[in-house]
Design a protein around this ligand. Structure first.
Ligand SMILES: *[C@@H]1O[C@H](CO)[C@@H](O)[C@H](O)[C@H]1NC(C)=O
Ligand SMILES: *[C@@H]1O[C@H](CO)[C@@H](O)[C@H](O)[C@H]1NC(C)=O
Ligand SMILES: *[C@@H]1O[C@H](CO)[C@@H](O)[C@H](O)[C@H]1NC(C)=O
Ligand SMILES: *[C@@H]1O[C@H](CO)[C@@H](O)[C@H](O)[C@H]1NC(C)=O
Ligand SMILES: *[C@@H]1O[C@H](CO)[C@@H](O)[C@H](O)[C@H]1NC(C)=O
Ligand SMILES: *[C@@H]1O[C@H](CO)[C@@H](O)[C@H](O)[C@H]1NC(C)=O
Ligand SMILES: *[C@@H]1O[C@H](CO)[C@@H](O)[C@H](O)[C@H]1NC(C)=O
Ligand SMILES: *[C@@H]1O[C@H](CO)[C@@H](O)[C@H](O)[C@H]1NC(C)=O
Ligand SMILES: *[C@@H]1O[C@H](CO)[C@@H](O)[C@H](O)[C@H]1NC(C)=O
Ligand SMILES: *[C@@H]1O[C@H](CO)[C@@H](O)[C@H](O)[C@H]1NC(C)=O
Ligand SMILES: *[C@@H]1O[C@H](CO)[C@@H](O)[C@H](O)[C@H]1NC(C)=O
Ligand SMILES: *[C@@H]1O[C@H](CO)[C@@H](O)[C@H](O)[C@H]1NC(C)=O
Length: 837
């Protein structure tokens, strides 16, 4: 409890510089691991910012210059013919070494500088490059520096934002529920910059602050590592006082939304509170975007009081009604993002929707339909009997899942009530039907669901990006949902996108999972298990995890909203696979989805005459390719004639499988099973001489049952390389099935998986085969891993995992085409992703 008196922390202006010994120890990158010199409780480790396979390229289009950069090691490629540079300038096709490796590393008042010196720039000056490292918790390993504009010809400055420049992270939950209203302050959390409040006339003293997150430790912010707020004092020495640690979630007190940071430094004697604390009180203001906090006193009582007017302090519910009031003519603004939904283009004509029982409704969006028999001002009209189902209005209402219209005051229905109709607009999956759809018909209420790109603010990327990428996009459904049945419960599921609308699936529109349960009175109860708001991520086991949040209130704890959690472990025999319900706990539904999509790729082998074998020794015969036609002649667009013969062996074209006018395009180098992309690749190298190198080629087989044997088609060509794509049914058999799972996913098929359909004996045989395969897999896996190591991204923290990834397969179009030039130099960096992102 009690703190040492010394805990009022005095930090002298701290400067350390790390001078690397001498340039002969070229591979020594220890200068990239730096003990933080002020708190002395953690190290910065920038090692993984250097890529062992390629240099970082930084173009500056404005100045027609390019920089090649390596931080912790010398450049991989020589600069102007010389080794040992860390930074190379390319200008007018000339290379200049502007930074020799290693640099001088300096930590100065929390700022981290890498300072390089290069060759002569003018008669008196040498080139210099300063790289400033800046903390951004949201930028993972694969970051690249930005080139800042430079005024002096000889001096270059780069800014490199990365999580590696950050100290340990302390974060707290930023949501709270009060009287049934939900509050979320997380949009105020800043991952790269602190909020600063000046409390005096000058620059100091100042309060440095973050929300639900520790203060970003860095330049002129040398706060204690768990501090949520700290004070930099006005004195000759630079002194930081901890005003309280991040620990508790926001809470309500006297009707005010607050955050409290407690257990700061020791308070001056004679005061009842032993430790300094800070309270931030939030005030909801719908117009207050990008506002700053204000200090209002309390230092004398060791309890700092801060107030903050912000839209982030308004409840989700009040934001919704606020946007309803301010909604314009068929437009509404999302108060969280300021994005305006505009449906005016749907006003041009009337629309129709037919329910399952055959009744057609005609309606207008924000107006009356033109062709109707209902009373004046009707917005939606039953075409069967001319009943008004609601009067139109232009009041588009905002809601998390998408905006909606509520047409009320229709004709009388029962008990003196009047008909009303909601028309909900959703940004559905790509390719989903864009017709309005009658979701539910009740005696007095009608609900219509409409997928339209007009309300697509942002679809989440269905890809988990790390040092390799896991792409779940092919699991997105656009015509029907996945259905998992457990007892009397059905889970309707889509991946990364809202559900495809289905009658009586009445979960909040925009939901990605809807749980439908038959209750004791034979009625379906629908609960939303969350919305697709976050892209998938990789968990500690390197499995891909997709989480849906913000569903219906949780029955066990109505202050919490239901979420769901899908893990996608790799199983190369699952094809796309199918979801399985696993567990329900802490208001979270947990599903598991075994799939080959997350498997990455692995090396196979070739067995003469024409068989390929995967790493589990399953064989696949390619000879039908040969039997159907010994040599395939392929003409490219320019009329170049290739002959392709996969099984021909040495008798054809001097041992090459691909031949073009007497040039052999290489002998077999690799057989690659790319489970993620569902492609099998044969790579050929060391062909006949081509300019300074030799011809290489590749053929990729894509299983399509319906095309028969098929034939190769040129996919990509360069002077010395050609790649073919071959859609064929021959490789479909290569997915031998010990655990064959259905690829099509009808409700019924899905259910069958849960019931035993094999006789016991067969089951036990199958089980022992699986066990054998598992043992084999284990042993092979060991070998494999030694092989893998040579390919490993040297800084990847990947642990052994079920994934059969041998190296990152690049994503850019060019890389896709080149697809893994030669897997012995795997390209493991994904700077491209960052550049795109
Ligand atoms: C960059 O190159 C373009 C064309 O190559 C030229 O028009 C432009 O003036 C150059 N800019 C500078 C700053 O040299
Ligand atoms: C919100 O968007 C509108 C129009 O797009 C713009 O005029 C307004 O300045 C924005 N407000 C904020 C706080 O971003
Ligand atoms: C108007 O509605 C009638 C049915 O009420 C329909 O037969 C007719 O095609 C509609 N006319 C137009 C122009 O949509
Ligand atoms: C007209 O049809 C609607 C359904 O389309 C129904 O709810 C309503 O009761 C019907 N009204 C009359 C008067 O039949
Ligand atoms: C639509 O209006 C009706 C009648 O006022 C109301 O009962 C219903 O809750 C509203 N629905 C929504 C989703 O706002
Ligand atoms: C993910 O896969 C889909 C097709 O399944 C493709 O269109 C998309 O470009 C891929 N995304 C990435 C980032 O690779
Ligand atoms: C399904 O029913 C069984 C037996 O009644 C029960 O043990 C199990 O928990 C139920 N599963 C779910 C998901 O409700
Ligand atoms: C924060 O707490 C709420 C309720 O206790 C919970 O529903 C939510 O998932 C938590 N959020 C995070 C990011 O942990
Ligand atoms: C999802 O569920 C798995 C399995 O229970 C768990 O390990 C993981 O932490 C969960 N992920 C998230 C983001 O909640
Ligand atoms: C086979 O290789 C030899 C020399 O290695 C060459 O002279 C001959 O032209 C090649 N034949 C074909 C068909 O490419
Ligand atoms: C592939 O197609 C060919 C021709 O249509 C057919 O003869 C062969 O049986 C098929 N093979 C497989 C494995 O389906
Ligand atoms: C620094 O990071 C690299 C790559 O992430 C890791 O291999 C190495 O062990 C780390 N070194 C220290 C001292 O933490």
């Amino acid at each position: 409890m009690c703190k040492l008196i010394v805990s009022i922390s005095l930090y002298w202006f701290a400067v350390i510089a790390v001078f690397a010994q001498d340039t002969s120890t070229v591979n020594d990158n220890s200068f990239c691991i730096i003990q933080e010199p002020v708190l002395k409780i953690f190290k910065y480790n920038f090692s993984s910012l250097s890529d062992s396979t390629k240099d970082i390229i930084l173009p500056n289009a404005y100045l027609n210059e390019t920089l090649r950069v390596q931080l912790c090691t010398p450049l991989k490629q020589k600069c102007n013919g010389t080794d040992g540079y860390g930074i190379c300038l390319i200008k007018d096709k000339q290379e200049i070494g502007i930074g020799k490796s290693p640099p001088v590393v300096e930590l100065d008042n929390g700022r981290i500088l890498f300072m390089f010196t290069g060759t002569n720039c003018t008669l008196t000056d040498k080139y210099s490059v300063t790289i400033t490292m800046k903390c951004n918790y949201k930028v993972e390993n694969n970051s690249i520096p930005e080139l800042l504009t430079h005024e002096k010809v000889c001096e270059y400055s780069l800014l490199w934002k990365t999580a590696l420049a950050c100290g340990p992270q302390t974060q707290q939950n930023c949501t709270v529920t009060n009287n049934g209203s939900h509050y979320d302050l997380s949009s105020l959390t800043n991952y790269t910059e602190n909020y600063v409040i000046r409390t005096g006339n000058g620059n100091l003293p100042k309060i440095i602050l973050n929300v639900c997150h520790n203060v970003i430790f860095g330049y002129k912010a040398l706060c204690q590592i768990k501090s949520g707020a700290c004070l930099q004092q006005n004195s000759s020495k630079v002194e930081y006082m901890n005003l309280g640690d991040v620990a508790e979630a926001p809470f309500f007190e006297d009707g005010k939304l607050k955050i409290k940071y407690k257990n700061g430094d020791v308070c001056r004697p004679n005061i009842t509170t032993p430790d300094i604390q800070t309270t931030i009180s939030f005030i909801c203001d719908f117009e207050a975007r990008d506002t700053r906090p204000e200090y209002i006193g309390g230092s004398e009582k060791c309890h700092y009081q801060i107030i903050w007017k912000t839209v982030a302090a308004c409840s989700t519910e009040s934001l919704r009604s606020h946007s309803a009031i301010t909604a314009g003519r068929c437009t509404v603004t999302n108060p969280l993002t300021n994005f305006t939904y505009n449906l005016q283009s749907l006003m041009k004509k009337e629309h129709y929707a037919t329910a399952q029982n055959g009744i057609t409704y005609t309606f207008g969006v924000c107006k009356s339909p033109a062709n109707m028999t209902c009373s004046l001002e009707t917005g939606i009209c039953s075409m069967k009997n001319g009943t008004s189902m609601g009067k139109y209005n232009t009041n588009l209402i905002w809601q998390e899942g998408g905006p909606y219209l509520n047409y009320t005051n229709g004709d009388f229905c029962e008990n003196g009530q009047r008909h009303y109709t909601t028309i909900a607009f959703v940004c559905g999956a790509e390719g989903v039907s864009n017709e309005p759809f009658v979701m539910e018909q009740k005696p007095c209420q009608l609900s219509i669901h409409w997928n339209t790109d007009l309300v697509c603010e942002k679809r989440i990327k269905c890809v988990a990006i790390d040092d390799d990428e896991m792409n779940l996009s092919s699991l997105i459904k656009s015509s029907s949902n996945y259905v998992v049945k457990v007892n009397k419960t059905e889970f309707h599921i889509n991946i990364c996108r809202p559900l495809v609308p289905e009658p009586s699936l009445t979960c909040a529109h925009g939901s990605a999972v809807c749980k439908s349960t038959l209750n004791s009175s034979k009625k379906y109860i629908n609960e939303s298990l969350g919305f697709p708001k976050e892209s998938p991520v990789l968990d500690a086991n390197r499995d891909t995890v997709l989480r849906y949040v913000g569903g219906s209130p949780c029955p066990e704890d109505p202050t919490t909203l239901i979420s769901s959690n899908f893990t996608f472990p790799c199983n190369i025999y699952s094809d796309k696979g199918f979801p399985e319900f696993k567990d329900y706990k802490d208001c979270t539904y947990i599903f598991e989805w075994k799939t080959s999509i997350t498997c990455g790729a692995a090396m196979g082998t070739w067995i003469s005459p024409c068989i390929i074998q995967d790493h589990l020794s399953h064989e696949c015969d390619l000879s039908p390719l040969y039997k159907s036609q010994p040599i395939y002649h392929v003409k490219n667009k320019q009329g170049k004639d290739y002959s392709v013969n996969i099984c021909g062996g040495g008798t054809f074209c001097n041992g090459s499988a691909v031949c073009q006018s007497n040039n052999g395009y290489g002998s077999l180098a690799n057989v690659i099973f790319d489970y993620g992309r569902d492609v099998i690749k044969l790579q050929y190298s060391n062909g006949d001489k081509c300019v300074n190198t030799s011809y290489t080629s590749g053929v990729r087989f894509i299983c399509v049952e319906s095309v028969g044997i098929g034939e190769p088609k040129p996919l990509w060509e360069s002077q010395c390389n050609v790649e073919f794509e071959w859609y064929t049914n021959v490789t479909c058999a290569c997915k031998s099935s010990t655990q064959h799972l259905p690829t099509s996913v009808d409700a019924d098929e899905g259910v069958k998986m849960f019931s035993p359909s094999y006789a016991g004996t067969i089951a036990s045989i199958v089980l022992s085969v699986i066990a054998l395969v598992a043992v084999l897999f284990y042993f092979l896996h060991l070998d494999w891993r030694t092989w893998l190591r040579s390919c490993w991204h040297p800084f990847s923290s990947r642990r052994s995992s079920g994934r059969v990834q041998y190296c990152r397969v690049n994503t850019t179009e060019e890389a896709r085409l080149l697809l893994d030039v030669d897997p012995t130099h795997c390209q493991t960096d994904s700077d491209d992703d960052l550049l795109v992102a």
